[in-house]
Design a protein around this ligand. Sequence first.
Ligand code: GDP
Length: 295
Amino acid sequence: KNGLSKTRNKIVQSISETLTGKAQIDDNTLDQIEEILITSDIGAETAEMIIDNLRKALKSEKDRSVENVLRLIKIELSKILIDSNNKSQSFIKPYIIVVVGVNGVGKTTSIGKLAYNYKNLGYKVIVGAADTFRAAANEQLEIWAKLAGVEIINSNKGADPSSVVFETIKRAVDENYDIVLIDTAGRLHNKTNLMNELSKIKKVIKKFSDSAPHETLLVVDGTTGQNALIQAIEFSKVIELTGLIITKLDGTAKGGMVFQISKKLKIPIKYIGVGEGIEDLQEFDKETFISALFE
Ligand code: GDP
């Protein structure tokens, strides 16, 4: 139901099966657990750290039951995740969110879902389609905006992205919108272009508010493991990211990458995508995520 069953089966169920019937939790068992963690894309380094800590914790534990060992693993996993601070505070209007990410990761879909979420919370939402390189993506975004029941400022292919941004925010200010979602092109293979374009967009946004963009979210595909991590590292060199959206976690047993990315980047995960539908974007909450895995 929560979209994380494949990862849960991979991590918690496999570990539980490994532990069942073992009188001793010896090095061999710990190696097996480490292997399970690694194959869930948690990363070798993170897996090793978890196992080291688990080994230490077990030294002072009399209770070696499966439940208790899982409880210790849960504690270790929980330590890795960063709190997302999603809980709504009062915010400046319009609240401007820039969304970045390479093609195919689920950026368009995630913006549609975000628009829908904010709309449902009672906010007046407008989307700026500033990924002007992909006509098809803009059509797709328009469909999502319609579905979410929010306004969208679109443009023709090849239009200047920053003029789309300008038009969107101007409209938001004039017509008292609460939330502005800006889609951007993510051509990571051409870093100079990307950097120039994003800094142009930022300049336009700053004309309206010095504190904006209030959020810059990077979308990565949760099924792509190491690639997602590399993209996050590369984007954070070009632009200051305030959070991550990790998509497609419903389709993968490799949701361990959430831990890896959290540990390596120290950027909070703000949302996770757990399906193709408009309701399938969840606010990321550390405790909820861990509980879903261990339920
Ligand atoms: P973009 O190129 O980054 O804008 O990617 P799209 O938003 O067009 O998404 C690419 C594909 O991924 C589409 O088929 C989406 O339905 C799918 N997708 C996006 N997010 C999710 C998700 O959370 N779960 C699943 N299963 N599919 C997703």
